[in-house]
Design a protein around this ligand. Structure first.
Ligand SMILES: [Zn+2]
Length: 144
């Protein structure tokens, strides 16, 4: 499991494994896939219908995120990557990068399409979460 920067590995160790890097690798490797996000998205799109059907069955059609005050399956349900496929959050928060001349801060590839990294979200909650990385408590509630 090769993070781009050591501080990223440290961030996820603290988020998921009480700061224990070994534990992060042993217990949470399947949440991560550092290949280009377009490849992961392409692979995901091929199976997303089946993934959604399986998640709806597993979670009885209920949104697992429960982030939005109007959270409801009536808005429509979608699979959500718990660790986002890509995010620029660490570039912003750990490296204090800022966008220049209308360009956004560069994103990094993080999350995998592994079933453990997928949960069921209503459109409202998924829209609110976007590419954010949830707190450790929230993530531990979502993954098995
Ligand atoms: Zn919801």
């Amino acid at each position: 499991m090769q993070f781009e920067f050591p501080e990223d590995q440290e961030f996820f160790s603290h988020l998921l494994a009480n700061g224990d890097t070994n534990q992060l690798v042993v217990a949470y490797s399947d949440l991560f896939d550092f290949r280009h996000p377009a490849i992961k998205r392409w692979e995901f799109d091929k199976t997303s219908k089946n993934v959604l059907r399986d998640l709806v069955e597993k979670y009885n059609g209920e949104c697992q995120l429960r982030l939005h005050p109007e959270c409801s399956p009536s808005h429509g349900l979608e699979p959500d990557h718990i660790i986002p496929l890509s995010s620029n959050i660490l570039n912003k928060e750990l490296r204090k990068l800022t966008g220049t001349a209308g360009a956004k801060v560069l994103s990094q590839s993080f999350g995998s399409n592994h079933p453990r990294n997928l949960t069921l979200a209503c459109r409202k909650c998924n829209g609110l979460k976007k590419h954010k990385i949830l707190s450790g408590v929230a993530i531990h509630r979502l993954i098995d």
